[in-house]
Design a protein. Structure first.
Lengths: 198, 198
DNA sequence: CATAAGTAAACAAACATTTACTTACTTTGC
DNA sequence: GCAAAGTAAGTAAATGTTTGTTTACTTATG
């Protein structure tokens, strides 16, 4: 039997992410994607059940999974608070600024009901995403380093600013000079850490 | 001549916001909107040039404008840092939690290329949004209260966590107990302020 | 009546998806 | 060894449906 052409499968994913990043989720159509990837629409349906299946697999397998891996690289729940948070910020910043299209889809995960639902479900089915980070916070609270906030509140306080800064980073790629540098990120991270400590 | 029925105009806007909040921006169609508002599709085109025009006017006039007004209520650029930031957080939290559909469209402004572009343009044409906040930061830097960061960086550090917390607030309306209360918001705000001070 | 607001029904274009067919590779029988 | 059968991958073109928008007509009020 004729073997799958893995290049085509990869082209579908890469080009879908490009279209989403450049024209938005609502402007990705199966026919546009097929044309841009130089394949027949049918070929997409050999690899994905339908458009929903494609979007969800793109989001979960192509973006969320690799992002989690990158964020948790060399991070351990046993690290002290400042070291751990800085490591998470650095990993996250580097991954997202080097993977613009992944970042774009990640942002869509917040507003798209389809992707939001898929995330909740994947979180239940295959264990919680970013589990080591949850353990990390639990330990920090136990050790009395930070206040006893809910996990979701830590996420908001510690990581929402970072994603907003990555957003600014990409806004600034089209302007004369980049203001969001690794140095600025570190300064911001330290400000956030300072606010969280008891 | 037959006068405009203002109720119908309002119904269009209100129901459009509802559909966006419940089904997402990509699932708002002109025909669905007309049906839900109990009017003919043509009626929408009497009031708006096309779908883009409707979305942009919804975003700018119905959501962004009123949000700015609410956020700046009783806020003055001359306030001291902690008082000013707390006022902005409180105004913002109250407005957004009481206007769920407005918040949903506001969030879409970040990911939708159409709305993003419309925002940039409106910002240029009719003067900067949230201008008093910019003056506020300028003064704080001058007085040496906070470090000399770029305006966009302040926005990320000070307000991104708040929007994320509002997001959590609505996630929790469907769960047993609300964890995002005004008390929690105030605690979080104080943490953010603490991080920013020199 | 004059006129703009409003409607029901229809329009072409674009949409996700399928049908009917071809291609390219693996396996099998000799 | 190797050709032909078998099979899934892949294609071009078309499917029925939904989309944004318009046409041709009716209604309500100054």
């Amino acid at each position: 039997m004729r073997p799958k052409n893995l290049e085509k499968e990869e082209a579908i994913r890469t080009i879908a992410l490009q279209i989403i990043a450049e024209e938005g989720l609502e402007n990705l159509t199966m026919q546009k994607l097929a044309k841009a990837a130089n394949i027949s629409p049918r070929t997409i349906y050999i690899k994905y059940k339908d458009k929903e299946d494609l979007l969800i697999k793109l989001f979960i397998e192509e973006v969320l999974g690799p992002y989690e891996t990158a964020v948790l690289e060399n991070f351990h729940a046993s690290m002290d608070f400042a070291t751990g948070v800085k490591k998470l910020w650095q990993n996250s910043f580097r991954y997202l600024t080097r993977n613009r299209t992944h970042f774009a889809l990640l942002q869509n995960g917040k507003t798209s009901p389809l992707l939001n639902k898929a995330y909740q479900q994947a979180n239940i089915e295959q264990g919680q995403y970013f589990k080591p980070i949850h353990q990390f916070f639990k330990q920090q609270v136990k050790q009395g380093v930070v206040r006893n906030f809910h996990q979701d509140i830590y996420r908001a306080l510690l990581f929402a600013p970072l994603l907003e800064l990555v957003n600014e980073y990409f806004d600034y790629t089209e302007r004369p000079k980049q203001i969001i540098t690794e140095k600025v990120i570190l300064d911001c991270c330290e400000a956030v850490i300072k606010g969280m400590l008891k």
